[in-house]
Design a binder for this molecule. Structure first.
Ligand SMILES: Nc1ncnc2c1ncn2[C@@H]1O[C@H](COP(=O)(O)OP(=O)(O)O)[C@@H](O)[C@H]1O
Ligand SMILES: [Mg+2]
Length: 219
């Protein structure tokens, strides 16, 4: 089973929105997916309560000690991908999630303040020897601020592609209990999330090819 964690201590960067969007996109490409909510705010549970489709399943974790047994159970149940949404903090629960992740995605809006706010999370990820990639989220659909942000993130480490633009479909999908690829399949937001899922799936496959033994030791 692969474990993808959405992490950054910066609130409002898009961890929950991307968790949901990516989980549904992965599910639509025939993967067995579970969403794990490690955030007392409950955005994922509330989304799930509005959702008619019983999949993906949503599990909650409130204590760091719950993470490993939960992931072991999901793996034993045949789940191929667990996506963990975390709170906007570097608390012990978020640290445990990072330690168990094959890949940490750090969403950031394209502003210096937002990118700076992600640095403590990045330091924690590096200390735990995890793989990571930034995702530029809520990017303007036009304007030139983007390339500056992309350049500064590329210089720190991997930058997942494509950028995810600021689009109403993300908010409307969340409100409707849907993934954005279900809500408006022909829309640009759907297209971007589908492509981002493709980027992530490629990286997870690379991990399969090269093995993840040394990384797993931290968990
Ligand atoms: N790409 C996007 N386009 C439009 N709205 C977005 C996008 N990403 C996130 N949002 C909105 O921004 C707000 C914060 O996103 P959220 O996923 O809750 O952030 P976090 O979980 O990191 O605190 C929510 O209202 C969400 O719907
Ligand atoms: Mg959230």
């Amino acid at each position: 089973m692969h474990v993808l964690a959405l992490v950054t201590q910066k609130g409002g960067s898009g961890k929950s929105t991307l968790s949901v969007g990516l989980a549904v996109a992965a599910m639509q490409s025939a993967e067995r997916v579970a969403l794990v909510e490690a955030d007392a705010q409950g955005t994922i549970s509330k989304w799930k309560a509005r959702r008619e489709n019983p999949y993906p399943c949503v599990e909650r974790a409130t204590d760091p000690a719950e993470i490993e047994p939960l992931l072991a159970r999901l793996s034993a149940e045949g789940v191929w991908l667990a996506i963990i949404d975390t709170a906007a903090t570097t608390n012990s629960l978020a640290m445990r999630v990072i330690a168990c992740a094959d890949l940490c995605l750090i969403p950031a809006r394209p502003s210096p303040a937002d990118i700076e706010a992600a640095i403590p999370t990045l330091i924690a990820i590096r200390r735990l020897n995890r793989r990571f990639a930034f995702v530029l989220n809520q990017t303007p659909t036009r304007g030139c601020r983007l390339s500056e942000a992309a350049t500064s993130l590329s210089s720190i480490g991997a930058l997942a592609l494509p950028f995810i633009a600021q689009r109403n479909d993300h908010q409307d999908a969340l409100g409707a209990g849907l993934g954005v690829t279900e809500f408006a399949p022909a829309g640009r937001a759907s297209d971007e999330i589908g492509s981002l899922w493709g980027w992530i799936a490629g990286h997870l496959e690379e991990l399969d090819d090269h093995g993840k033994g040394t990384l797993k030791e931290a968990c």
